[in-house]
Write a protein that binds this ligand. Sequence first.
Ligand SMILES: Nc1ncnc2c1ncn2[C@@H]1O[C@H](COP(=O)(O)OP(=O)(O)OP(=O)(O)O)[C@@H](O)[C@H]1O
Ligand SMILES: [Mg+2]
Length: 636
Amino acid sequence: MLTSGSSNSSKPSSPRITEASFMFKHSQSGEEEAIGKVYDPQIMRRLLSYAKHHGALLGFCIILLLGISLLQLAQPYLVKLAIDHELAPSAPTGAVGLPGGLWSLAIAYFAILLLNGTLQYSQALLIQETGQRIIQRIRQEVFDYLLTLDLAYFDRNPVGRLVTRVANDTETLNEMYTSVLVNLFRDLFVIAGTMIIMLRLDWQLALVGLIVFPFITLATLIFQRLVRAAWRRVRVKLAQINATLAENLSGMRIIQVFTREAAQAAEFRAISNDYYEASWSQLRVAALLRPVIDFLATLALVGLLWYGGLRSLHGTLELGTLYAFTAYLRQLYNPISEVAEKLNILQAAMASAERIFLLLDTRPQVSDPLWPVLPTSPLAASEAARHGIIEFKDVWFAYQDERWVLRAISFAVAAGETVAFVGHTGAGKSSLMNLIARFYDVQRGQVLLDGHDVREWRQADLRHELGIVLQDPFLFTGTVGENICLDRTELTETETGRFLQSAGGAALLSTLPEGLATRLAERGMGLSTGERQIIALARALAAKPAILILDEATANVDSHTEALIQRALSERSGTLTTLIVAHRLATVQHADRIIVLHKGRIREAGTHAELLATDGLYRKLWLLQSDRSNYLARNP
Ligand SMILES: Nc1ncnc2c1ncn2[C@@H]1O[C@H](COP(=O)(O)OP(=O)(O)OP(=O)(O)O)[C@@H](O)[C@H]1O
Ligand SMILES: [Mg+2]
């Protein structure tokens, strides 16, 4: 999270910073609070652009809906005809039973009912399918885009929020596409159609029926506003529930170890209760709307019956028309409350869309250059010699603002050299490795790979040169073999096994119940940390990199296995540039060079022997560690 605004940033004008300051403003309760307008033409245009691939289908749905509305409008009219022309005392009657006209009207009415049902069914299926397809597109686009974002983005945005973005926000949009976009047309069409029919049938009666229309519209607008405010509270609380849930589930071990169950449960109960209150108050407000509309509509009906009844008594109004009016009145006021509901959905969708588009518009801080350098072909002999050269030129780096994590770092690593980095916790060793992979960009200076600034490389080409094993190895759900090969399907099982053995995994391989085909649980949870490190190392080796970066990669494997790994690695030394970060100094004593970092600066550098000869930080660290091992040797 950002702890200060964008004002003191060095690049206030970049779009990136604008986005960052937005995040800052909404950092605590999440962007969920940032709820925009009911309707934003710019967002709507963009939303519609997703629908344009399905324009024909949507158009067809609209036509179907118009048909459905027409059928709906026709029903009361048919009844009116039946009453006025067939059932009225003056109407001509057939010889026996029902009059012929009535029969045909009844058949027409029934046919309309049947057709209406069929159309509604097909329309519902069509619109749902279209909506799902559009949403699938958006969801995929969001996920694909997340994959291109730099790590700084993920430092700033908690996982829970991004999950909400991909899962919930896209679903809100679905409702927009399926129930608003098309149905709004129907509601407006029915409202307009009903009014027109009423006015044409009998304009005076129509005016009596419509007298409450402005009041209903007003009530609807007021309610919609109240519901919107309540709904915003619900969203914020829901976001809190999601975040709390995500954090507690991933921290379950710590909760149980420190017996925080009761405390966490209480915290969750409080948030959950807030959510309940918020939902409840929203429902209370929303539920009031319909009775209010019903009340007003009933008033209109009473007026209609009174005025229409009087006129009917005087013989200036047919009974069927009066009936039709009562039916139309119902048809008129139902869609109004539905329009109100749809406005709420529309607004939720606008807010979700805004958040999704904000994500899609995030410009990655780290991006590929327009004219990238071409990766050196490993086949070109003259080039091969240049493979795996790293140089840092006066590099300054900070994760935020000017809180320097690395200061004035300069060094060069020749191809095939093994260089170790040591230093206290927080000295900046992992950060330095992050810069080589260009997970972050430096603020000043340059990081060069094979003579080219890492910013001149395509990220994919750059990372193709690197094999990285991180401090906390990450394994995917899948088999051990899949985790080693990743997408390199050309590797045979024997080759994969050999990589695992080079990584010190011979013993591990023999204990795996199904060898390389053993399935791992989520994040490789079924393995010990050391075992995960071994597999991660095998994966890095299998990528056949020019440069191997080991960030505490063997910190959790036993000394025997580590010795095996070192033997395997030293077989490759000379061809594979290796950067090792380790706290256990025994791990790095055979490195060609050791660089000691202290508070983000290079304190000293040299071979193990050279550094021991000078009275510096390395010597101090070494003595500390060997003292301890001497002590352990003396007191087993
Ligand atoms: N993603 C991040 N965002 C902000 N600050 C960070 C981030 N990662 C690391 N830092 C800060 O940068 C500094 C250097 O961290 P780094 O991880 O490079 O240390 P390290 O030398 O690898 O330490 P260790 O030996 O514990 O692994 C630390 O002060 C840390 O708080
Ligand atoms: Mg580290």
